[in-house]
Ligand binder design. Structure first.
Ligand SMILES: [Zn+2]
Length: 177
């Protein structure tokens, strides 16, 4: 994907500030639109952050009306924004795995509405591949029972905000049949 890094703000900055008053472009908040990454402090731009913003550029591109629909949904829907950010944070983590804790901390922060705990954010960022098809359905959908890095077996639940790892003890027994 080709894009330019520019140091002036995007056209939608004043609208953005109405919803996110603390998003301070002067202090290095990064924004994207079309084929540009907007950052007042390019010295702060790292490879992992570039990977993060590339995901947003692609998400916009895959949306409608040149990304306008994406932008509106991102601004007004906490869940949509969170889902988009899972993907971006994952890319940021994959660019430098030492970033995991930093990235999980941000994803679970008030910046994105405190939607998941820090631990759940780590799960969402680390485990993307859910290979098997759902075995059964209920109010949750169980995707798989996998062995986690910590050595225990857990189940993945598909929720409105993405895939969340739950200990098996919290999963209704009938779903294992
Ligand atoms: Zn982002």
């Amino acid at each position: 994907m080709k894009y330019k890094v520019v140091t002036y703000p995007p056209w939608y900055l004043s609208l953005w500030k109405k919803k996110f008053p603390f998003a301070d472009f002067e202090k290095g908040v990064i924004m994207v639109w079309g084929k540009k990454i907007y950052i007042n402090r390019p010295d702060l731009l790292t490879i992992p952050l570039i990977r993060h913003e590339e995901v947003h550029l692609r998400q916009q591109k895959n949306s409608y009306l040149f990304g306008l629909i994406w932008l509106i949904r991102y601004v007004f829907s906490v869940k949509f924004r969170f889902n988009q950010e899972i993907e971006a944070h994952r890319a940021e983590y994959l660019a430098d795995k030492k970033n995991l804790y930093h990235v999980a901390k941000r994803l679970s922060s008030s910046l994105y509405g405190n939607i998941v705990s820090y631990k759940e954010a780590i799960d969402l960022i680390k485990f993307e591949e859910i290979k098997s098809k759902p075995k059964s359905k209920s109010k949750y959908e169980i995707y798989n029972i996998i062995k986690t890095t910590s050595g225990g077996f857990h189940s993945w639940l598909n929720t409105s905000i993405g895939k969340i790892r739950k200990p098996n003890s919290e999963v209704p027994n009938e779903l294992f049949k």
